[in-house]
Write a protein that binds this ligand. Structure first.
Ligand SMILES: Nc1ncnc2c1ncn2[C@@H]1O[C@H](COP(=O)(O)OP(=O)(O)OP(=O)(O)O)[C@@H](O)[C@H]1O
Ligand SMILES: [Mg+2]
Length: 288
């Protein structure tokens, strides 16, 4: 049996299986720990371990569409899953994440949703429940750029609620969104002061990018080694994707699928030139 030395030991078995199974594997959702993702997770861990104090630090994870913000949050949630106490039947949720609604609905939807969580008051109140029963130690709000689709008034309400959460909840608040969301947050001087920012930058020709391609090569179930480690391929991939994480993953997945289907079993510089290389519609990055 071939040894598939170009693959990580745990992944060699996948190179053995049939074509469609491998295509399915290549396209499946997975988590890849990139340099920036690792740094962002370390920041989140640090925040989580913060002892309660009057003004808890807040973090804004921002970057272009498809840079992996939600992926990082999901990974962090997996690392801090709810724990059920069988005796009491109580589930504690160390990290609670929610998403901004995708579009404004009737009324002050942002305000109402978030107010429901933050209205101060005794039992029954959602904040109280989170902190006592659920022992929540961090609140995450993803896709905060959705606030920009609201009216001016909705935006002010939303920012007020964020300020309330940041000031009074006494658990660290993490928000994730695009650069526009960052700018909206900065229009509130108090929030500007409270939030530290972590920027997920677009990929450029760095050692970290070389590492990302190398690690993709080491897990893609191709039977031959590929040229993802060469400078030429690195430049080509950056050219074709403008350094957006989502496009890089999609592009490598596409050429890997092609290499499995056409029997070449390897990704070379030419793989990126193929006439029949049909790239998914992520060109403007806003496909979803
Ligand atoms: N660390 C990662 N491991 C594996 N795939 C990733 C990773 N980061 C990004 N991706 C790929 O990029 C896609 C987009 O990532 P994600 O949804 O996290 O981006 P986002 O920054 O939240 O975008 P948006 O601004 O649209 O919410 C994912 O569906 C996945 O295919
Ligand atoms: Mg997202």
């Amino acid at each position: 049996m071939t040894e598939y030395l170009h693959l990580l030991p745990a992944y060699r078995q996948y190179a053995e299986v049939g074509i469609e199974e491998r295509v399915g594997w290549i396209r499946a959702d997975r988590w890849q720990e990139t340099a920036d993702a690792r740094a962002a997770l370390a920041r989140l861990e640090d925040l989580l371990s913060y002892p309660p104090r009057d003004r808890m630090p807040c973090l804004l994870l921002y970057g272009d569409i498809g840079m992996g913000k939600t992926k990082i949050i999901r990974k962090f949630l997996r690392d801090h899953q709810p724990i059920s106490d069988r005796g009491t039947g109580v589930t504690s949720m160390p990290v609670v994440a929610m998403q901004m609604p995708a579009e404004p609905v009737e009324g002050d939807v942002y305000g109402e949703r978030l107010n429901a969580m933050s209205a101060p008051g005794p039992s029954g109140d959602e904040t109280f429940r989170l902190k006592t029963t659920c022992r929540t130690r961090m609140l995450i709000i993803d896709e905060i750029h959705a606030l920009l689709t609201g009216t001016y008034r909705q935006q002010r309400v939303f920012l007020n609620v964020i300020r309330f959460l940041a000031n009074d909840l006494k658990v660290p608040l993490t928000c994730a969104g695009t650069d526009l969301a960052r700018q909206a947050l900065l229009t509130d001087p108090q929030l500007a002061e409270r939030f530290e920012a972590f920027h997920l930058k677009r990929w450029s020709n760095t050692q970290q990018f070389a590492q990302l391609l190398a690690s993709l090569e080491s897990i893609m179930p191709l039977r031959q080694s590929s040229q993802l480690g060469t400078a030429a391929v690195r430049r080509k991939v950056l050219d074709m994707t403008d350094g957006f994480t989502v496009r890089i993953f999609r592009l490598i997945e596409t050429v890997a699928v092609e290499a499995v289907r056409n029997g070449k079993e390897t990704i070379t510089f030419e793989s990126f030139d193929g006439d029949n290389l049909v790239l998914p519609l992520v060109a403007d990055g806003a496909a979803h």
